[in-house]
Design a protein around this ligand. Structure first.
Ligand SMILES: *Cc1c(COP(=O)(O)O)cnc(C)c1O
Length: 504
């Protein structure tokens, strides 16, 4: 019978070490798999994926009984992981992994995950997480400083940008009800006129805006989509007009959710203009910086977030530009006292008498109860890399995107682009080979889709795909600071080679 837990018992400690050592070895060795031909000349890429297509993978995994009658022991399961799981996961650290805001993970943060898993602290109350609670408080304080917030700011780690957005919009709704309507949502639920509540987000904002409106009982109809300009940034003039229109119709604007780094384009809404408008109409300013928050670590590019310090709430995702394992995110408030709607005391958990004596129970700022010690990963990687290390990481990603854009612009016969990147994503459409039989936009759509599928299954390269004005575009999301210009040249060459060989 294998040991259950890691304890003060020497045998359990040895078993723990063996289990971790064998697992770590299997993981490291799995990254040495041979790569499929990159087709772009020179040395093959460290591939992002070389597993089978969906049906084959499904059949392979379905052959393993999930819950056998008799336990097989750890080594047998590790063998299954080695054979069937590890080879069939994507390598986020591959230079050919470019599809999503899904980052490679820093080594120190993987080590921190081991500490988190081994001790399993839970952030709801101090007596479940003494050092963990104190570290989260310190990391949050440092983040508030980085974002230019004053001494009354506060924040909390969350499960992701979606939950951070939901938290920000929930607090906006509750502050509006309390302050403007003198109505306590916490006690009474939504007021009768809640169908008139309106929030504003750009037409290219994240879908968690609508999801939040639904979850908060306001419905999708409460989210007014503000047009974006040619650079996919919110049109501030249109925002002002829409607020006026709503006020004239008797609707109740309560929040503007600006985006600092849209999911597709990385475009940043005009934060200062939005802050001005929010101040003028007394609206809560939420800033969804799930993607763009990383820029705050860059000396050269942090000014692109100018105005973010005027937001009432900010979403920061660490499992994107901050290169942390999932999950790792936070929501920050310029005025920490605005967390009060989330506070609720339970005799079995967060007694007020303890808090009066200096025990911090972070559950009072969170939607979650049991919660992970994700702050450790940020704490570790901030110290390992330092401000200079992080500055270089961010510069590399931003400058790689600028380089790709420049290369695409230099080949207008081969590529169509949309806007110069503000962060690290580049959206582009491959044009048919000059003189080819491929004619019309629908054929070009099919060609772009086909290039993406071929890259995935034949080249071990995973690019993004989206649509813009109804047409199919490909996307590079550059979160890996180790990608070189040479890698980028090879990726583009590989795409052009597939384009040249494509038959409608
Ligand atoms: C990724 C993203 C989110 C959602 O964050 P999750 O961590 O995936 O929940 C929200 N907004 C924007 C702009 C994003 O890019």
């Amino acid at each position: 019978m294998p040991a259950f837990f890691l304890t003060d018992d020497k045998a359990s400690q040895e078993e723990f070490l063996a289990c971790i050592r064998d697992t770590a070895k299997a993981i490291a060795e799995s990254c040495a798999q041979p790569a499929p031909d990159s087709g772009a000349g020179g040395q093959a890429f460290f591939p992002a994926y070389c597993g089978p297509e969906p049906a084959e993978l499904r059949a392979q995994l379905a052959a393993i009984p999930v819950f056998p009658a008799e336990g097989k022991g750890f080594q047998a399961v590790l063998e299954n992981i080695r054979t069937h799981v590890l080879p069939n996961l994507v390598r986020t650290a591959s230079p050919g992994y470019l599809a999503h805001l899904h980052s490679p993970v820093l080594l120190e943060s993987v080590a921190a995950e081991l500490v988190i898993a081994a001790f399993n602290p839970s952030m709801d109350s101090w007596d479940q997480s003494p050092a963990a609670t104190e570290i989260e408080v310190l990391v949050i304080r440092e983040l508030c400083r980085l974002f230019g917030f004053g001494g009354t700011a506060d924040g909390v780690f969350t499960s992701g940008g979606s939950q951070s957005n939901l938290t920000g919009i929930l607090l906006a709704r509750d502050a509006f009800c309390t302050q403007k309507l003198k109505f306590d949502v916490k006690k009474h639920g939504l007021p009768e006129n809640s169908a008139r509540f309106r929030m504003y987000a750009s037409e290219v904002s994240h879908f968690s805006m609508e999801k939040s409106a639904h979850l908060l009982g306001l419905g999708y109809g409460a989210v007014r989509k503000v047009p974006a300009d040619g650079r996919r940034k919110m049109d501030a003039g249109a925002l002002r007009r829409m607020i006026r229109e709503d006020l004239a119709q008797g609707n109740l604007p309560f929040c503007v959710a600006a985006t600092a780094g849209t999911t597709d384009y990385g475009s940043i809404d005009p934060l200062d203009d939005v802050a001005e408008i929010c101040a003028e109409y007394g609206l809560w300013m939420h800033t969804d910086a799930a993607y763009g928050s990383g820029l705050i670590l860059s000396g050269a590019y942090r000014n692109r977030l100018r105005g973010i310090e005027r937001a009432d709430s900010v979403t920061v995702d660490f499992h994107k530009m901050f290169l942390q394992p999932i999950s790792c995110s936070a929501v920050l408030l310029r005025d920490g006292s605005q967390f009060s709607p989330l506070e609720l005391h339970a005799d079995y958990l967060n007694r007020e008498e303890d808090e009066e004596d200096g025990y911090i129970n972070l559950v009072g700022k969170s939607m979650q109860t049991t919660r992970r010690f994700d702050a450790l990963k940020v704490w570790a990687s901030f110290q390992v890399r330092g401000k200079d290390g992080w500055d270089a990481i961010l510069a590399s990603c931003v400058e790689n995107a600028a380089y790709v854009y420049e290369r695409l612009q230099a080949a207008p016969d081969s590529f169509e682009t949309i806007a110069p990147p503000e962060i690290s994503s580049v959206v582009f459409r491959v044009r048919p080979k000059p003189g080819s039989v491929c004619s019309g936009e629908a054929d070009t759509d099919r060609m772009n889709k086909s290039i993406r599928r071929t890259l995935l299954h034949k080249k071990g390269i995973i690019t993004g795909q989206t649509t813009d004005n109804g047409r199919v575009f490909l996307k590079f999301t550059l979160l890996n600071p180790a990608i070189t210009r040479n890698d980028l040249d090879r990726l583009l060459a590989c795409i052009l080679a597939l384009r040249d060989g494509w038959q409608p």
